[in-house]
Design a protein around this ligand. Structure first.
Ligand SMILES: [Zn+2]
Length: 400
């Protein structure tokens, strides 16, 4: 057991403490007290915050030095770039080489996440050969299910079932998006999620083109899916809307609505009413990359929706640094309190993933801690010091 003294502790679910001590081994034993029986290690001018939770990423796409494509051409054109990239990869590498590359990319993403103070990543895996996670960060692994053609429904459902049988704990299922997963398959996956008590994660209400496809079986996604020979008019009825998808997701154990960039007021009301099941994951800089309409963050928070933060992948984001996402939100939404932003990057992510002992500093929670170097100034609200441009995540402490 060890005690640490810091200029500030940010427990998140209780007010910040100045010049305070935290005692932990693998669990937090005391907040504000040294119960270790020996002197505290003085960390100096730092803040101790709960290690961050990146609720949505695709670590297997961590090899990109810069985001893919040209965002001005729209989201479906970006999806076309990702598909083309995957095809070139498949043609130019043996399956073994591909698996090695994927593993290397995942490890790169893990190391980058850990350096940014991230303790848990809600990671989407497109294949079953994902490597064993490192100690930090923990990867909460969602098996991606993708294939719109109704003829593939049974095969894809089996993939999900087999994945859940092959792994224990920290797993979920990700029906990719409405334009890649038919409505009947989604309903089966939601039922599976409820039976197995695992979360779902689905990209939903992400782009205007997705809504157009749902509304009228037309537009840029229709053209792309037809070109890829992936379109199936039986996958979902024309005129269906996002609310129908939310109703199905709410039948699962719990679900993460990834993005939700274009959620309407009535859809936000539905999510708020199903708050024990549904969370929304906002990916701020990916949202900005695609120049979507203004994110409905103020309305989501006003209705007490649980909003977590994600980086999405390096294919649409310059890095995997969740701290940078939080700073971005602070700049883009000055009307939102810094305390609410800290929650989004910590305890809200834990709630979204159903992790009851992560995301805040309290007795018996896991001792995943991020240490943040603070500037020398004073501020009336310590959150201002925490989110100051000069503050830096120094390290993440995660005793075994
Ligand atoms: Zn994503």
């Amino acid at each position: 057991m060890q005690a640490y003294r810091a200029r500030y502790l940010f427990p998140v679910t209780s007010p910040p403490l100045r010049d305070a001590v935290l005692t932990c081994d693998h669990l937090i034993r005391a907040v504000g007290q040294n119960v270790s029986g020996k002197p505290a290690v003085d960390l100096g001018n730092v803040a101790i915050v709960p290690a961050l939770i990146n609720a949505h990423a695709h670590l297997e796409l961590s090899e990109f030095a810069a985001p893919l494509g040209d965002p001005a051409r729209g989201f479906p054109a970006w999806i076309r770039e990702v598909v083309a990239w995957r095809r070139v990869q498949a043609q130019s590498h043996s399956p073994e080489e591909l698996a090695n590359r994927r593993r290397a990319a995942i490890h790169r993403g893990e190391l980058e996440s850990a350096a940014a103070g991230v303790h848990v990543v809600g990671d989407i895996a497109s294949s079953v050969d994902a490597p064993q996670p490192l100690h930090v960060p923990k990867r909460y692994l969602f098996r991606e299910i993708l294939g719109l053609r109704t003829a593939r429904e049974e095969e894809l459902f089996q993939h999900a079932q087999n994945f859940l049988k092959s792994r224990q704990g920290g797993v979920g299922i990700s029906p990719h998006a409405p334009y890649t997963v038919g409505i009947d398959l989604l309903a089966r996956l939601a039922k599976l999620s409820a039976q197995r008590h695992v979360p779902l994660a689905m990209h939903l209400a992400e782009s205007a083109e997705e809504l157009e496809l749902l509304r009228s079986h037309s537009g840029a996604f229709y053209a792309l899916l037809t070109e890829l020979e992936a379109w199936d008019p039986a996958a979902f009825p024309r005129g269906i809307n996002v609310l129908e998808y939310l109703k199905i997701l709410a039948q699962g154990h719990r679900a993460l609505v990834i993005h939700g960039n274009y959620l309407t007021s009535s859809e936000i009301d539905f999510i708020a009413a199903a708050a024990e099941k549904l969370s929304v994951v906002y990916c701020p800089r990916t949202h900005a990359y695609f120049r979507h309409s203004r994110y409905p963050l103020v309305e989501l928070l006003a209705k007490e929706v649980n909003v977590a933060l994600g980086t999405d992948s390096r294919a649409s984001n310059p890095d995997l640094n969740l701290w940078n996402e939080m700073r971005y939100v602070a700049d883009a939404f000055p009307e939102i309190s810094l305390d609410a932003i800290l929650r989004m990057g910590t305890v809200n992510g834990a709630d979204a993933l159903g992790l009851s002992r992560c995301g805040d500093l309290r007795e018996n929670a896991y001792a995943g801690l991020a240490i943040v170097d603070l500037p020398d100034d004073d501020a009336t609200d310590p959150h201002e010091l925490l989110f100051d441009a000069r503050s830096q995540v120094r390290s993440v402490l995660a005793p075994k």
